[in-house]
Design a protein around this ligand. Structure first.
Ligand SMILES: Cc1cc2nc3c(=O)[nH]c(=O)nc-3n(C[C@H](O)[C@H](O)[C@H](O)COP(=O)(O)OP(=O)(O)OC[C@H]3O[C@@H](n4cnc5c(N)ncnc54)[C@H](O)[C@@H]3O)c2cc1C
Length: 687
């Protein structure tokens, strides 16, 4: 009991050290008090509904979990309609529920795809039905044999002119749609990617709205074999019925092909889209949403770790921040060890940077869609490439970060009751879906290769975030460029930091361009040989824009002329600047070879960089608990015995263990059957 109250005291004591207004910081993160209030209101709405209670989740098998997932899905839909909630509110409900539900792809992909690729008449027909959940949809692209390589999908949609229909066919065994969220049980319709064939000619993959199950009795229509693909890794996506489907010459009307961009007329004439990438809008949306989701995930993981490590005590080793002078009988709080701080605090900084990246990426998406609606495709390529690069980088660091947070918490970190195990299982596949994180980096690389060429021919046409390619135009001076840092404080100058990231991107892009040109160009058969460099430049670019956007968001928060919602107090700005410095410099330190291999950094700069990172990490220590409190994740959302807001970690962990069903019996099930026969094999024993 004494230990328990010490836990609470430790967290409360840590909070007293916070020297900025936590509410002010929360407002900065979520874009103003109105957004914060709305998020709290929505999370509370979910927390009050018994169907969303998380207590028995670890003991549900896949079959029971899917049924629960369906029940949760339908309640989610009802709440959305009852309260007339918008898409952002829906996303917050999903965040609060904290599990992937069968209905998620309905709002997350089915509706956005129809909205972005359907004609006005198609939107008018399908969207009202979908918004009232009179139909429930999913997004079926991936097949058993192909996912990344969209051009080789084997499902066909063949135009049957006599009846004005498409015949959807899984031409081979490997053409079966696979992994499709919502297809296994809940959906009535799917938007299906299939190769469009007219009079024997293949026009490539297009999107079709395909009825899957009867609206009367939910039975699959004849000609469709549909089911669930089974349990998934780490027990993740347990409530989601990712499904398969095979089509056997299944007919749908011609108007079920989504025809905003490409069209097929009654007499079978195909009109191609005015721009090959016009259909990318919905993909950009999904990737932009993912970036914000990663901010929420990593900030939750760091909240749990920071709070637990503040109350966890091990050894009596003195550290600079040891509080044993006040409490001589106590061991050291684990969070005081520099090694722990060095692992944890850069991830807090990364979480803040992810929030900024999520906001800017969403603004870019909205700008893109506004442009597209008036036929302006100027930003399409850049926004698409940026969202691909960031999706790959942000989901990579969030998954790695969640696992690091688990390790930071030692043995108890491996308990389900941390709230991290479930979260980790949910984050990990984000590295694969919406584009495999390695394959996806080729998008940004291809884009930058074009930018390098543009820089040489029409430099004024280089797009804003790749302007750095201009730095390398003069090969000779670029080869001799050196980092300007002369003394350790110079590292804290945001302009110096940005120059460093720009130099690295310019070099990697130019080197890749030279290598690709020497090997015969982007379309040559040797393109795959450059995959490793594509990954490198894509992640370098993502790191650059993340550093840039975090710096810009702080500048905005400091600007007295900016909107009130964007501004923050001087105390909050001061700590944000420290976080931004830590984020930028720690990212450089983690990738140091990239900055030294062309002698851009010299050895003494490397040393002063490390010293600066160490000092920044230490400077965060007193603010860590306040910084994670500012993420504003309530206990319901964290669902964590170790990371709850009162710090009562041991008591909560104890209480949770008592709920384990095994503990309902004094003698375990299996004693008579297995244990007793073994113990008695050699006769009765009296000791
Ligand atoms: C949880 C989950 C949910 C999903 N939900 C849906 C859904 O609702 N709808 C849907 O349509 N799909 C869904 N998917 C499928 C998902 O989008 C694909 O699995 C994903 O895009 C990866 O494609 P793939 O499976 O073909 O991987 P592959 O391309 O087969 O990748 C296998 C390996 O090969 C590597 N590789 C492949 N090509 C290259 C290359 N050119 N160069 C270098 N390396 C390469 C990859 O990096 C990877 O390591 C889901 C997947 C998961 C895991």
């Amino acid at each position: 009991m004494a230990q328990t109250s010490q836990n609470k005291k430790d967290l409360a004591q840590a909070r007293t050290k916070t020297n900025f207004d936590v509410t002010d910081m929360t407002n900065y993160l979520y874009g103003g008090p109105a957004n914060v209030e709305q998020r709290r209101y929505i999370i509370d709405l979910i927390a009050r509904e018994p169907i969303f209670n998380k207590d028995d989740w670890p003991w549900l098998n896949h079959t029971d979990a899917v049924k629960r997932g369906i029940a949760m899905s339908t309640r989610l839909a009802e709440i959305k309609m009852e309260h007339e909630l918008n898409d952002l509110d829906f996303a917050t409900m999903v965040e609060a529920i904290d599990d992937t539900l069968p209905i998620l792809l309905h709002n997350g992909a089915f509706i956005p795809v129809i909205n972005s690729q359907g004609s006005d008449e198609q939107i008018e027909k399908w969207i009202p039905l979908a918004e009232k959940y009179q139909i429930i949809g999913c997004y079926a692209q991936t097949e058993l044999g192909h996912g990344s390589n969209l051009s080789q999908l084997e499902t066909t949609a063949t135009f049957v002119q006599e009846t004005d229909e498409w015949e959807i066919n899984s031409t081979t065994f490997t053409a079966a749609k696979w992994w499709i969220g919502g297809l296994g049980a809940i959906c009535t319709h799917a938007v299906v990617q299939a190769k469009l064939i007219i009079a024997g000619k293949d026009y490539g993959a297009h999107v079709f709205v395909v009825p899957i199950r009867s609206l009367d009795n939910h039975k699959p229509f004849p000609g469709i074999q549909v089911g669930d693909i089974g349990p998934k890794a780490y027990g993740g996506f347990n409530k989601m019925e990712n499904g398969f489907a095979r089509f056997n010459k299944y007919r749908i009307p011609r108007e079920n092909m989504l025809m905003r961009f490409s069209k097929v007329s009654r007499d079978g004439v195909y009109t191609k889209p005015p721009h090959a990438k016009l259909s990318y809008g919905s993909m950009v949306l999904l990737r932009s949403v993912l970036i914000r989701q990663m901010a929420l995930y990593l900030s939750r993981a760091t909240t749990i770790s920071t709070r637990y490590l503040t109350v966890r005590r091990q050894f009596n080793n003195p550290t600079k921040r040891n509080d044993t002078d006040i409490n001589p009988g106590l061991e050291t709080q684990v969070i005081n060890y520099p090694m722990v701080q060095n692992r944890l605090f850069p991830m807090i900084a990364q979480s803040y940077a992810l929030f900024a990246a999520g906001s800017v990426m969403m603004e870019m998406y909205i700008g893109l869609m506004t442009g597209l609606s008036s036929g302006n495709i100027d930003t399409l390529a850049e926004v698409h490439a940026t969202s691909s690069a960031l999706k790959s980088y942000c989901t990579t660091i969030a998954a790695a970060g969640a696992e690091e947070c688990r390790k930071l918490m030692g043995g108890h970190g491996y308990s389900y009751f941390t709230g991290l195990a479930h979260m980790f299982a949910s984050i990990v596949p984000s590295n694969t879906y919406e584009g495999d994180n390695y394959v996806l980096t080729q998008q940004m690389a291809r884009y930058l290769l074009k930018e390098v060429k543009t820089a040489r021919t029409t430099p004024n046409k280089v797009t804003p975030y790749s302007k750095y390619v201009l730095l390398a135009l003069n090969r000779d001076s670029f080869a001799h460029a050196r980092c300007s840092v002369a003394k350790a404080e110079d590292w804290l100058n945001p302009d110096v930091q940005l120059a460093v990231f720009e130099h690295r991107c310019a070099r990697l892009a130019t080197e890749l361009s030279d290598a690709v040109d020497a090997a015969g160009g982007m379309e040559s058969t040797t393109w795959s040989d450059h995959n490793i460099e594509c990954y490198r430049i894509s992640h370098a670019h993502a790191q650059y824009v993340m550093v840039l956007w975090f710096i810009q968001s702080i500048r905005e928060a400091r600007n007295p002329e900016a909107d009130e919602e964007c501004r923050a107090s001087p105390e909050a700005i001061a700590i944000l600047e420290r976080l931004s410095n830590l984020h930028a410099l720690h990212t450089i330190q983690t990738n140091l070879a990239d900055f030294t291999e062309d002698a851009y950094f010299n050895p003494s700069q490397c040393q002063s960089l490390r010293a600066q990172v160490k000092s920044l990490v230490a400077s965060i220590a007193d603010q860590a608990v306040g910084l994670v409190d500012a993420f504003d994740h309530p206990d319901f959302l964290l669902a964590s015995a170790l990371g709850a807001s009162d710090g009562d970690a041991y008591q909560r962990l104890w209480d949770k263990a008592q709920t384990e069903p095994l503990n309902r019996r004094e003698v375990c099930d299996g004693y008579e059957e297995y244990i007793r026969p073994l113990l008695k094999k050699h006769g009765e024993l009296k000791l």
